[in-house]
Design a protein around this ligand. Structure first.
Ligand code: GLY
Ligand code: MN
Length: 465
């Protein structure tokens, strides 16, 4: 088993985490295998990302415990027997695995339960993170007597905040891994841009995305969006046949063997070139994306970048006669959300939406910047001030969603900002999103990974090559 980081790195991360709580135990649960349709036919195993960050080991049925008073780290798991060796081959012992990540104290799983139950009897706190898998919620019930329905809400806020503070700032070594994730992602996107043409299926493109990622020793970090219906934001169907005149929206990102994610979106024509109407909308989205990236640096509130992107979109749509009125007033009222109904971006790292299992608001907001309740901006996952070492996505889009247009029009919503009659010519347009992954530095930012065609000229050059 190759680990992406040194054993000292994992030890240092755990030492830092110990400072996030004042006393007791910190419990970090690894994941188990999950059956697809019966126990032995499993979904591909994916370790919990926080467990990976602190213990590094990609293997099912492991438990990590830190003792805050003693400053010790413990790794629990069962060594395999001959029966398992016949099916899986010889595997390192738990003691060997512990040594690779700087953990001295190792024991079998039953000992984890005993250590936790003893701590509870002694009145010590046991800090744990909100479980997103039922099996881990069951373990909390079994070992800590936490009722299933309270497993989320009883999680330790101090521990959540400690993990978020650490994982939000990527080290040089992590950035190298993330760069690799985007490099693989770039190969995927360029392959799809080359392959697309009338009469082939979305499914073929989705298959090439998956196959390219796996073929480069990675995988996809999330179900890919490969669609001629980009107006449906999380469209995971791949059943359409590409037709001349359509746009293809590809939102796909690779996951490295170390499990760092890329999350990139490009939109390109099925034909070799964009139509004029497509080009006009594309350039507005591109302007929003690049305007934000040019501004990015530590200290800026990402909520303000979302507002900037919305304002660039309103300006552009006003130029086409689709919107009207004062740009800032339109954005403040939320009128842009007819076209841009999602957030500008999110943290990315070991998870494509990094640390979302710990609670979106702990990751993206704080006591200074609270989540908006306004339609559209409410979906913004990251509003707080950026810090050097954050890696985030920038992903504005413009979509023509007939159901939303009809609803707003029938309600007479924002008629002072939206020219509904002009939208008739866009009902079948679909949508455009452009997304990059960006490292925040003290005074600037850096788009990660190999370049992927992004301007109209670059996309058309690759399409017709
Ligand atoms: N890549 C999908 C998303 O960011 O929601
Ligand atoms: Mn994204």
């Amino acid at each position: 088993m190759l680990l992406p980081f040194t054993s000292e790195t994992y030890s240092q991360r755990r030492s830092e985490l110990l400072k996030s709580v004042t006393s007791g135990l910190i419990l970090l649960l690894g994941n188990e295998e999950v059956g697809r349709n019966y126990k032995a036919n499993i979904y591909e195993f994916r370790q919990d990302s926080t467990f990976l960050y602190y213990f590094g080991i990609e293997q099912p049925n492991l438990v990590g415990i830190l003792d805050v008073e003693e400053g010790t780290a413990h790794l629990f798991g069962n060594d395999i027997g001959l029966d398992d060796i016949i099916w899986t081959g010889q595997q390192p012992s738990i003691a060997d695995l512990g040594a690779k990540v700087g953990v001295e104290h190792t024991a079998d799983i039953a000992a984890a339960g005993e250590m936790l139950q003893k701590a509870v009897q002694q009145g010590r706190s046991v800090h744990y993170l909100p479980p997103y898998r039922l099996r881990n919620a069951h373990k909390l019930e079994q070992w800590l007597d936490v009722p299933l329905e309270l497993a989320q809400s009883n999680a330790s806020i101090a521990l959540i905040k400690g993990v978020v503070a650490q994982r939000s700032i990527k080290s040089e070594a992590e950035i190298t891994e993330m760069e690799r994730a985007v490099d693989i992602t770039a190969v995927i996107h360029k392959a799809l841009m080359r392959k697309a043409r009338p009469n082939i299926q979305e499914a073929l493109l989705a298959g090439i995305a998956k196959g390219t990622a796996v073929g480069m020793n990675g995988d996809l970090a999330y179900p890919p969006i490969v669609t001629v219906n980009g107006q449906t934001l999380h469209n995971h169907h791949h059943h359409n046949t590409l037709q001349s005149g359509q746009l293809v929206l590809v939102d796909a990102g690779a996951e490295t063997t170390s499990r760092y994610a890329g999350d990139i979106t490009r939109t390109f024509p099925v034909d070799d070139t964009f139509s004029n109407q497509q080009k006009e909308i594309y350039n507005i989205v591109l302007d929003a994306e690049t305007s934000v990236i040019r501004m990015l640096r530590a200290g800026l509130a990402y909520r303000d970048m979302h507002i900037l992107a919305a304002a660039r979109i309103v300006e552009g749509l006003k130029g086409l006669g689709l919107m009207k009125g004062d740009t800032n007033e339109a954005v403040a009222a939320g009128a842009h959300a007819l076209f841009f109904p999602h957030g500008l971006g999110h943290h990315i790292g070991l998870d494509v939406h990094d640390m979302e299992d710990l609670g979106e608001d702990y990751v993206g907001y704080d006591e200074h910047i609270r989540r908006s309740k306004q339609f559209g901006t409410a979906y913004l996952r990251l509003g707080k001030q950026l810090q050097a070492g954050n890696v985030i996505t920038v992903e504005p889009g413009i979509y023509f969603i007939p159901e939303l247009i009809d609803r707003w029009q029938s309600e007479g919503k924002f008629t002072n900002f939206i020219n509904y009659n002009a939208l008739d010519a866009y009902r079948d347009f679909s949508g455009i999103r452009i997304e990059d992954n960006v490292l925040i530095t003290e005074n600037s930012s850096r788009v990660l990974g190999d370049p992927i065609p992004k301007t109209v000229a670059e996309v058309e050059a690759l399409r017709s090559a």
